[in-house]
Design a protein around this ligand. Structure first.
Ligand code: ADP
Length: 378
């Protein structure tokens, strides 16, 4: 069937889109972009209006199927699926588990259903990739009853890890068959332990707030801090939520910015807060790397991806050098080239290899959408 595949990633204030020729290369979109500022003055009023702007940009290309990134698939969704009324209801029922993301993802699906009546829609879940985690890595040390009610470690960034696992298998099959830790370092950051390409453990857990120090999210935090702020200091719940999601991480530590590029520039000028934030970031990555290597009972490869992982040679160097004791030996020149070079950033004889790969979540969504709908060549 001819036509195009559209992928949508609807967030709180933006819709990212990519358009693929269904009969062409599903790793390379013919067009991609985003509409930002949803709900702000001068921006589109809602997701329906934002999608209309996306469609205006797409022009007359006939869309034969739409694939969506959905943050939460709970324990039910272990793989992508075609959206029907029952699936939509299940996605909606999971909204309380991801109140900051799921409602926007849903709004994107509804807007696309209205814009493309009769066109199949596919849901791709960020949690699904981690359904392979052994139970011990899915549990908090909480009563069993809570686990059964869904208070558990789900893990996120699954589409990115799927993209990296596939790229690693294509480039370095021996490493892909072994034990790898992937560091997805962007605005949101997480790491995942892969055994033979399957998720064993990951740093984000019940929500995308846990784990590493992120742009504005706090990452790993003693739950008693939340209790203290509420019970002793009388903070309203919404203020605590805003602090942890929007005012912490690199932004909170630096008092300057959530953007790593900006922080690196400021640190180079001697900005104390920026230096503090970057030091914290590196230290948490190193601690989690060791923890995930322990979960794998060893380590064969580390892969960097995401905006920071792909672009900051300085941070990669600090992390690889800090993990020398684990068997990583940096190749300075290859690291400077990053994804523009051979991809590998450790020396030939490094016992553990490190690589830089560009994540391509849209391509993962496009592939699943093509497969499930039969649109395109695959
Ligand atoms: P998201 O998680 O929103 O998809 P990205 O994966 O694009 O975000 O990552 C954004 C982060 O990558 C920002 O902190 C940005 O500063 C950082 N980044 C992008 N390019 C560079 C660079 N050349 N050097 C350092 N950091 C960079």
């Amino acid at each position: 069937m001819p036509g195009h595949l559209l992928t949508l990633n609807a967030g709180s204030s933006s819709i990212k889109f990519a358009l693929f020729d269904a009969a062409g290369d599903l790793a390379a979109p013919v067009q991609a972009g985003q509409v930002e500022g949803i709900g702000t003055r001068g921006g589109p009023a809602d997701h329906t209006q934002a999608l209309r702007q996306v469609l205006d940009r797409l022009g007359p290309a006939p869309v034969a199927a739409v694939g969506h990134r959905i943050v939460h698939g709970g324990t039910h969704f272990e793989a992508p699926c075609i959206v029907d009324d029952a699936v939509l209801a299940q996605i909606e029922a999971l909204a309380p588990l991801a109140p900051l993301h799921q409602p926007h993802n849903l709004a994107g699906v509804r807007a696309a259903q209205a814009a493309f009546p009769g066109v199949p829609q596919v849901a791709c879940f960020d949690t699904a990739f981690h359904r392979t985690m052994p139970e011990v890595h899915q549990r908090f040390a909480l009563p069993e009853e809570l686990f059964r009610r869904g208070i558990r470690r789900y893990g996120f960034h699954g589409l990115s890890y799927e993209s990296i696992a596939a790229q690693l298998a294509a480039r370095q099959p021996a490493l892909a068959a072994g034990r790898a830790v992937v560091a997805h370092l962007g605005n949101g950051c997480s790491m995942c332990a892969l055994q033979g390409g399957r998720s064993v453990a990951t740093t984000m857990s019940f929500s995308p707030l846990d784990g590493l120090t992120m742009g504005t999210r706090c990452g790993r935090l003693d739950a008693a801090v939340v209790l203290h702020l509420q019970q002793q200091e009388g903070w309203p719940v919404d203020d605590v939520s805003r602090l942890l999601h929007e005012g912490s991480g690199l932004l909170g530590l630096s008092g300057l910015a959530s953007d790593m590029r900006e922080l690196e520039a400021a640190a180079a000028q001697g900005h104390e807060g920026a230096t503090r934030a970057i030091d914290h970031f590196v230290e948490q990555v190193l601690r989690e790397l060791a923890a995930l290597a322990a979960a794998l009972r060893g380590l064969d490869a580390v892969v960097f991806t995401g905006g920071i992982g792909e672009n900051s040679a300085g941070l990669r160097a600090r992390i690889v050098q800090g993990a020398r004791w684990l068997g990583l030996q940096l190749d300075d020149e290859a690291n400077r080239l990053g994804p523009r070079g051979p991809g590998r950033i450790t020396t030939d004889d490094s016992p553990v290899q490190a690589l830089v790969l560009r994540t391509n979540e849209e391509a993962v969504i496009a592939r699943h959408t093509a497969r499930l709908t039969g649109v395109g060549s695959s």
